[in-house]
Design a protein around this ligand. Sequence first.
Ligand SMILES: [Zn+2]
Ligand SMILES: [Zn+2]
Length: 365
Amino acid sequence: MDRSLMLAVQLLDWGGGPVVRNVPVPSPTGGEVLLEVTAAGLCRSDLAVCAAPAGRFDYPLPLTLGHEVAGRVVRTGPDVDGDLIGRSVVVHGVWSCRRCRNCRRGRENYCLALRPVDGRLAPIGGGLGRDGGLAEYMVVPDPTVLVDIGSLPPASAAPLADAGATAYHVVESNSDLLDENAVVIVVGIGGLGHLAVRLAVLRGAGHVVAVDPRAAARMSATTMGASSVHESLSDAIAETDGLGGTDLVLDFVGADDTMSAGVRALVPGGRLVVVGGAGGAVSVGKNKGLSAGWQVSAPFWGTRADLEAVVALATAGLVEAEVSTRPLDEAVDAYDRLRAGVEAGRTVLLPPRSVADHAGKEPNR
Ligand SMILES: [Zn+2]
Ligand SMILES: [Zn+2]
């Protein structure tokens, strides 16, 4: 490689915003692999990391953000098979230990080695504690975190790494409830929620009711196959009560009010699944007026197998994330728009070389 510097979107100080700057191009050693990034998605959890006070995350700074990454393998460390070079991939973002009992169960999204230490959140993977993919190049620790995307366009593939894999994990973990009689409420139709609507419909759920105060988000839910859309959760619950009650609430907001309304809407044996990180809490207990058999869960991300599965669905044309693309050097404004909630679907940033490729192939937006 003839270049020594690259653009990267970095967090420099806790509580600060992301900045775009020039940093050295990383070099792969040992079992590592160097990707030329072709597309990388923005996620609300990036904003939570940036806004955190010092001490919450045990992440070294400066940190290159970006945990939804598509790329092309351009170099490998000495311990890696060079046949990988040229492959188009997405990065599984949970860089697990592969040895603990959860990893051996294929539940590497719950790797025991990634637990918080002394209350500080440990690095998870690229963009979340290790340098991520909002840059022109990125190093991954070994080839097992890579999933081939073949000819899938990078801007469509990148959001599958988190939004897609997480939504897939949520839907698959509750697929026993998703028959033609199922009544499902999806709260919050952003990057993850719109894919959850699509995946729940694809899994056969009879009624998928979507909730979002933003008109563009409700339109996205309709495009993804929602049976109906509502501005408010109370309106959605009024509808699902008319259908005999709610089997499953997928809460991609996770605020006090969405969680407490969600758990109270459940039929016996129903489930509230909290995915969104708005900092809400809900009180549950037996003989507290909740339906028998209530379950509340808070899943985290997805497994590598989940990512492979959602990539396969996208390759078959069954799932397509709603994406708007922007150049990498507009990251600061793109994050401002994400924070303001003005974008539907997922925002994906393209490094300079990919902007040129992308413009030649398909319309930008
Ligand atoms: Zn994320
Ligand atoms: Zn592990």
